[in-house]
Design a protein around this ligand. Structure first.
Ligand code: ZN
Length: 322
């Protein structure tokens, strides 16, 4: 049977997506700290490594992390042919890492919380804000990489030049600017040691072999401010973190009091009620559905969480994202 034009196009399409994905990963990205022109470390970590090693990893030092498969066309994801999310087992040195900070900033900002597995304190406002900085830095990297992928795609095929592809690139660029403003505020708080603009709640839960460093952005806010000429308004977000320490897992969720929506406060209110008397596995799972991809679990994490994730996560994420 001879191949049709459609077959050919699909192969070409997949090949270009694959190339752009691989090449964009090799690019050197700049450190996200305002005014820093250094190249970011390839593996700037989102969670203190010593805590991951001591409390979360199995002895193979491996973690499971999920990723949105960027190769597949979204149309196949929407019809349910392919799942949106894929789980990968990743070694400890690469898990929960991406180019966010340069070597100097990575060391200077985080060394006091990396000394040993118990150096990080989930109740310490400085640590809370630094984790929020990591989370937004991670989201900023994701948009920067998507922007880079579009540049590569347009250099490989005229199909990707102009029109909706320009609009898409512009949107990624605008989001990077809004993340820059958010990072600038967080970094100012760290520099001045003044955390009054931020509010965090911390839940002391049973040990879970799960770590999170992520942020949930209010979609409505993104749509409302899409016409903002400067794209300099910080994003409205909940900063969602979980770290293990001693005999507990600590879930700490916070926000910038000047940049938060009622919807986010309501959501946090619901979660507070749910965790009033300890861990609610279903609600924790819902929180993971609201996160992007910056969390990891041990292969021998609580079987109830593993079950939810493998059976439902991709579908449930679709409901949250689309
Ligand atoms: Zn730097």
């Amino acid at each position: 049977m001879s191949s049709t034009t459609n077959d050919f196009d699909f192969q070409k399409f997949s090949s270009i997506l694959d190339k752009s994905r691989k090449q964009s990963k090799k690019k050197e990205y700049q450190c996200c700290i305002p005014g820093c022109n250094e190249v970011a470390l390839l593996h700037s970590h989102l969670v203190p490594q010593s805590a991951l090693k001591k409390y979360i990893c199995d002895d193979k030092h491996q973690l499971i992390q999920n990723q949105i498969d960027e190769i597949h066309p979204m149309v196949a994801v929407k019809t349910g042919e392919i799942s949106l999310e894929t789980f990968y087992t990743i070694g400890i040195s690469e898990a929960m890492s991406m180019p966010i900070f340069c070597k100097k900033h990575d060391n200077d900002l985080f060394c006091e919380f990396e000394g040993d597995a118990d150096s990080a304190d989930p109740y310490n406002p400085r640590f809370q804000i630094l984790q929020a900085l990591r989370a937004i830095g991670a989201l900023r990297y994701r948009e920067s990489r998507l922007l880079e992928q579009n540049t590569i795609k347009s250099s490989l095929s005229e199909f990707y030049v102009g029109g909706v592809y320009n609009d898409e690139s512009q949107m990624y660029q605008n989001l990077v600017h809004r993340y820059d403003s958010t990072i600038s505020n967080l970094y100012k708080a760290v520099e001045t040691d003044d955390y009054d603009n931020y509010e965090f709640v911390c839940f002391e839960l049973e040990p879970l072999k799960l770590a999170i460093c992520d942020a949930f952005i209010d979609d409505t806010d993104l749509k409302e401010h899409i016409m903002d000429d400067e794209y300099s308004i910080p994003v409205k977000a909940l900063y969602i973190n979980m770290i293990p320490k001693n005999n507990n897992s600590y879930l700490f969720i916070g926000y910038d009091k000047k940049n938060v929506s009622n919807a986010l406060i309501e959501l946090l209110g619901k979660w507070k009620t749910a965790f009033k008397d300890g861990l609610d596995i279903k609600v924790l799972y819902v929180i993971l559905c609201h996160c992007s991809n910056n969390w990891c679990i041990s292969p021998d994490c609580d079987s109830r969480i593993i079950e939810y994730l493998y059976n439902n996560y991709s579908n449930d994420r679709m409901d949250v994202i689309f």
